[in-house]
Ligand binder design. Structure first.
Ligand code: HEC
Length: 149
């Protein structure tokens, strides 16, 4: 029940964020079709809406699960070059997605990466996690240097 409606909400958010960051081409159907023509992934416009929908209910200032705050304005400092509390990795290692624990938690490869706990978002069935294209956005943002943009 939650899955369908939150999926639609996310789709809308992604479309809106795509529009505001100028990534949607004229016919609106070719987002992500040609990586070379895409604008840089924006933390504020592309990723924060994903965090707001799927993560901040647990990763908020008052009660930061795993010591991680993903609220607007806090996410960058909590992620980029910040030590994971679970693995000998940074949560986000700019330019190096394979060494970024955040991505391992989203893909469920965190145990192999030397970490612990559950895949994120916590408590989701495999099918109810964030979409593969959202995870790809996170990966691209890290590859592009994880700017506070
Ligand atoms: C229902 C609560 C809940 C939700 C929703 C949730 N998390 Fe978590 N998160 C936790 C808890 C609890 C832990 C620590 C235990 C664990 O890892 O299983 C954690 C740990 C983490 C860690 C590891 C932190 C570290 O220092 O290594 C990352 C990264 C993370 N979460 C990212 C996310 C992201 C990104 C989302 C959204 C896509 C998300 N979480 C959604 C509860 C949640």
């Amino acid at each position: 029940m939650r899955n369908i409606s939150s999926g639609r909400v996310l789709l809308c958010l992604l479309m809106i964020s795509g529009l505001t960051s100028g990534r949607v081409v004229a016919d609106g159907n070719e987002v992500l079709s040609n990586n070379e023509e895409l604008a840089e992934v924006s933390l504020a416009f592309d990723l924060q809406p994903i965090f707001d929908t799927y993560c901040v209910q647990c990763h908020l200032l008052e009660s930061a699960q795993g010591g991680l705050v993903l609220e607007n304005g806090e996410a960058w400092a909590n992620l980029v070059n910040a030590d994971s509390t679970q693995a000998v990795l940074k949560r986000v290692d700019p330019g190096t997605p394979a060494e970024s624990y955040l991505l391992h938690k989203l893909r469920g490869t965190h145990i192999k990466a030397g970490g612990s706990g559950q895949p994120m978002p916590y408590g989701s069935e495999a099918s109810a996690g964030i979409s593969a294209s959202s995870v790809e956005l996170v990966e691209r943002w890290i590859s592009e240097g994880a700017a506070d943009n």
